[in-house]
Design a protein around this ligand. Structure first.
Ligand code: FMN
Length: 210
């Protein structure tokens, strides 16, 4: 089958792309509004975009043309937290996608305690094995549905004791979840270890060389 992209409407394209770009990790984002209400929602159009400083990016769409609470909160106060869920948190993660008015805290509603941020004023989820405190770096709009790519600089890593070995996360212990198409998720399958392929070390570039 062949589909010229120009023949597809936004809904058809979304269905195709969310089934093609799989599996996706999930940023479970906590953010706060001007009244201190802690908002919580999952976002799977998410990746990392820089090592130094560490930066992550997440694509946040709109509801009927209006920014989602998460996007609005981040725009208003410039910080947020990416929480990483493990398999035990799948149910509340999924339920936190339910639409609620801005004055309703999904964290409260789902009985998820939060801990104040150390560097930024957004709290993180106590139950999450990993949380990344982020400061907003930039917002770049893409396409004609109002979607925006939010890039955040990670200013603090919170990692549960026992998850790290030799400076790396032990993924088998973390037991992360990912999103596939629609309301479907997957957990880690078999981990296959191949030979290491040496890579040239990363270096910090001088501004004039960029
Ligand atoms: C697993 C999962 C992943 C999602 N990923 C995204 C995403 O990447 N971008 C997006 O705009 N919405 C995504 N959504 C939908 C939002 O979570 C949903 O619109 C939510 O109501 C937004 O909440 P807010 O208005 O409190 O920010 C996802 C939903 C689920 C269940």
């Amino acid at each position: 089958m062949h589909f010229p992209a120009s023949d597809l409407n936004p809904e058809q394209t979304y269905r195709l792309m969310s089934g093609i770009i799989v599996p996706r990790p999930i940023a479970w984002i906590s953010s706060v509004n001007a009244h201190g209400v802690v908002n919580l929602a999952p976002f799977s159009c998410y990746t990392f975009v820089s090592n130094q400083p560490p930066m992550i990016g997440v694509n946040i769409g709109r509801k009927a043309g209006q920014r989602k609470d998460t996007g609005r909160n981040i725009m208003d106060n410039g910080h947020f937290v990416v929480n990483i869920a493990d398999e035990t948190l799948l149910d509340p993660l999924h339920e936190s996608a339910q639409e609620h008015p801005p004055e309703v805290s999904e964290a409260d509603l789902l009985g998820l305690p939060v801990i104040p941020g150390v560097v930024v004023a957004t709290p993180r989820l106590a139950a999450a094995p990993i949380s990344l405190e982020c400061r907003l770096h930039s917002v770049t709009p893409f396409g004609n549905t109002g979607a925006e790519f939010f890039v955040g600089e990670v200013v603090m890593f919170h990692i549960r004791e026992g998850l790290m070995q030799d400076g790396k996360i032990d993924t088998a212990i973390l037991r992360p979840i990912c999103r596939i198409g629609g309301p479907n998720y997957a957990s880690l399958g078999e981990i296959i270890t191949k030979r290491g392929i040496a890579q040239t070390a990363k270096s910090v570039m001088k501004p004039e060389a960029a």
